[in-house]
Design a protein around this ligand. Structure first.
Ligand SMILES: [Zn+2]
Length: 324
């Protein structure tokens, strides 16, 4: 395997690991939140399960849940950006290895700016047509989660369950539907198919993917040897028609479509020149040849390019979909 394929493969693995890790954390956050609610109910006993008294306590749990999800997903977004940047960083140093140029500091400064831009665009919602912030999206989902929990409590009370039974039902509810005690769907038929953390997981998967993808694009923006972004679809059962049709397509760096929610596609910086050709371009430039692309790149002059990329990403008429 060549150095380039290795970088791309490592990047794909890292992104998948970060995503999986984030989803696991999200599930654990939900689990502990619902376990706390269940414990409250058990401690207070059946008689105290009065909906109004319970409401305030539930809202407090919801608030805590929201905060934890916010910080976990933000962390995932930051790590996703690191993956995209890391790949370009590795590509840059591989390309420059034999040139004798030392531009690590320049690249570090440039990539720090890219990282911040990428994360900001997603957290503040600037990347999306609806401009919704990450915390607004989380708020909407956790608010709906709160209603579902309330429904289960109300349903359990209607069925005259003891506090103990109701607490156990809540612990069943946080499990994926296929792992639940079959009695749960008998007692709460309208929650039978509901996976409580599904939407927040989808949000996390999408946001991490977008941060990784836009970081890949923006950090390769001023690299003169990266002449486009190649769309790489998994081509397995998860890949939809759109992604399969995009597979292998090379998009201009400033006009790459954003992946749809739950997307898992990889963006590959497209470098058509051979290593030898790149080496001789750099050698010519070092020997006084004029090459504005290399000038801008090694001097970290990426501002105009990155700004234009950002404008296109945020342009309501671009190919970008609404997101989420
Ligand atoms: Zn797709």
């Amino acid at each position: 395997m060549g150095w380039y394929e290795k970088i791309i493969r490592d990047q794909r693995i890292k992104k998948a690991e970060i995503t999986q890790d984030n989803l696991k954390k999200i599930h654990r956050i939900y689990e502990s939140s619902i376990n706390e609610i269940a414990k409250d109910i058990e401690l207070k006993g059946n008689n105290s399960i009065c909906l109004n008294a319970n409401h305030k306590a539930l809202k407090e749990h919801e608030e805590k849940l929201r905060k934890e999800l916010n910080s976990t997903i933000s962390e995932g977004i930051s790590k996703g950006a690191d993956v995209g940047i890391g790949a370009n960083n590795a590509i840059n140093s591989e390309i420059l290895k034999t040139s004798g140029l030392n531009v690590d500091e320049t690249f570090n400064t440039m990539f720090a700016k890219v990282h911040q831009d990428v994360v900001d665009n997603i957290v503040t919602g600037k990347l999306y047509k609806d401009n919704k912030t990450l915390s607004d999206r989380i708020w909407n989902y956790t608010n709906a989660n709160g209603k579902d929990i309330q429904d289960v409590i109300t349903g359990g009370i209607t069925l005259k369950k003891s506090a103990r039974e109701l607490a156990n039902d809540l612990k069943e509810f946080v499990k994926p539907p296929k792992n639940r005690d079959p009695n749960f769907s008998r007692d709460y038929p309208d929650k039978a198919a509901k996976q409580i953390d599904y939407q927040v997981m989808r949000l996390a998967r999408t946001a991490i993917n977008h941060s990784y993808q836009t970081a890949t694009i923006q950090s390769s923006m001023n690299n003169p040897f990266v002449e486009g972004i190649e769309w790489h679809s998994s081509l397995d059962h998860r890949a939809c028609e759109v992604c399969v049709s995009r597979h292998g397509q090379i998009y201009p760096k400033d006009d790459v479509p954003l992946d749809h929610p739950n997307g898992v596609c990889t963006m590959i910086p497209y470098i058509p020149k051979s290593f030898d050709e790149i080496g001789s371009d750099i050698a010519d430039w070092i020997n006084g040849g004029v090459n504005e692309g290399i000038d801008d790149w090694v001097n970290g002059r990426y501002g105009d390019n990155v700004d234009s990329a950002k404008n296109i990403l945020q342009d309501p008429n671009s190919k970008i979909r609404v997101g989420y």
